[in-house]
Design a protein around this ligand. Structure first.
Ligand SMILES: Cc1cc2nc3c(=O)[nH]c(=O)nc-3n(C[C@H](O)[C@H](O)[C@H](O)COP(=O)(O)O)c2cc1C
Ligand SMILES: Nc1ncnc2c1ncn2[C@@H]1O[C@H](COP(=O)(O)OP(=O)(O)OP(=O)(O)O)[C@@H](O)[C@H]1O
Length: 333
């Protein structure tokens, strides 16, 4: 997929989906559908032109994340750039345009944003956004404003209705629409509780960690549980510390096709039992003996097993890990 941070260099004309799209969750997928060239996504009005390759299906997003720009603090992401690109590719998106989110961009009025970015630079022929989409200086433009402004240029705007978290107890007191709408923020808070099964329902796929295997302290093998230590992109959002049942894949070759390696267990945490100082991500693969150093792994988080604990001895930790493995195997069977 083509990725550019210069809108003026994008392939044009375009069919555009607009937003931050961190997580590429089920709500985002609905917004991308109308502009996707993938047959799996279900083609709509513009299918003929998209198929003929005349119009480039394009996700337009912001870099850095607007919240990072306004707070001045680095923000972690559900899908750092490499993961976002892979997910968008799977949805049939042809190019990703990262608009540099700076003072100049955030001061554009809604009309200026449409004229300068969507019409002049991207030559948009079709636009898709969610019902709650806001744009332009101080988020003053709504999805309906976008529809009205774009109509001056004969650009149709699809406004996608909000994808709701059906598991949420909407009869509960103090429920707001914001609490039931599938959103990046909702998924982050669910992952902070370790609830990877619910996160999976909202994402439409398991939450994954993409990392490279690096050397650890090599204590694992001395307690009978060798682990692959994963180095992740610095901006990757981590779910709650603790132990998870996981599926492990290797991303190999230039196209990084995924090959299933094994089921296993993973610990995220400081390893208080061995007085660890920093957070590490360690995966123990079942029935696996081969070297993994330097390999790119993709780990799917399937079930939270327990929080990380400080054990009185390595022997006690070893017994617990044995139990973790049995629980994970029972879960997978
Ligand atoms: C499934 C699993 C569960 C773990 N649970 C804990 C834990 O509860 N507390 C802890 O201090 N360390 C835990 N660890 C981390 C171990 O302390 C760590 O694997 C060991 O120190 C080896 O580290 P190394 O690979 O850097 O050599 C766990 C590791 C695994 C694989
Ligand atoms: N649940 C949803 N259903 C339909 N469209 C959505 C949903 N959530 C977001 N969108 C739309 O998808 C696009 C990208 O959303 P964006 O990432 O900007 O917001 P978000 O997922 O709500 O994240 P955050 O929680 O950070 O606000 C926007 O056009 C937005 O309106």
């Amino acid at each position: 997929m083509r990725v550019t941070n210069q809108a003026e260099l994008a392939l044009t004309p375009t069919a555009v989906a607009l937003g931050k799209f961190d997580g590429v969750h089920r709500g985002h997928q609905q917004v991308i559908k109308p502009i996707s060239s993938s047959t799996e996504m279900g083609l709509n009005l513009s299918s003929r032109e998209l198929e003929q390759g005349n119009i480039h299906s394009t996700v337009v997003t912001f870099d850095p994340h607007p919240q990072e720009f306004f707070s001045g603090k680095p923000r972690t992401l559900l899908t750092p750039l490499n993961e976002k690109v892979k997910q968008l590719q799977l949805l049939g998106v042809e190019q990703l345009v990262l608009l540099p989110f700076d003072r100049e961009l955030c001061e554009l009025s809604p009309v200026e944003f449409v004229e300068k970015i969507l019409v002049q630079q991207l030559q948009a022929t079709q636009i898709s956004v969610g019902q709650d989409f806001r744009f332009g200086s101080k988020r003053s433009g709504t999805a309906y404003d976008l529809q009205i402004i774009a109509a001056r240029y004969n650009i149709p705007v699809t406004i996608v209705s909000l994808e709701i978290d059906t598991q949420h107890d909407s009869t509960a007191q103090n429920t707001t629409p914001e609490m039931t709408r599938i959103s990046t923020s909702l998924i982050r808070s669910i992952l902070e509780e370790g609830n990877v099964e619910r996160a999976q329902q909202l994402l439409g796929r398991p939450y994954t960690l993409h990392g490279v295997v690096v050397k650890g302290q090599q204590l694992g093998r001395t307690i009978g549980f060798p682990t692959a230590n994963l180095e992740l992109p610095k901006d990757k959002f981590l779910p709650s510390n603790g132990v998870y049942a996981v599926r492990i894949f290797e991303a190999s070759g230039a196209s990084e096709l995924l090959e299933f390696l094994a089921l296993g267990v993973m610990n995220i945490g400081n390893r208080p039992t061995v007085n660890g100082e920093n957070v590490t991500i360690e995966v123990h693969l079942f029935d696996w003996a081969a070297d993994l150093y330097g390999k790119k792994l993709v780990v799917e988080l399937e079930k939270f097993l327990r929080p990380e604990t400080k054990f009185a001895s390595l022997e006690a930790l070893k017994n617990q890990i044995q139990l973790d493995c049995s629980l994970a195997k029972a879960f997978f069977s």
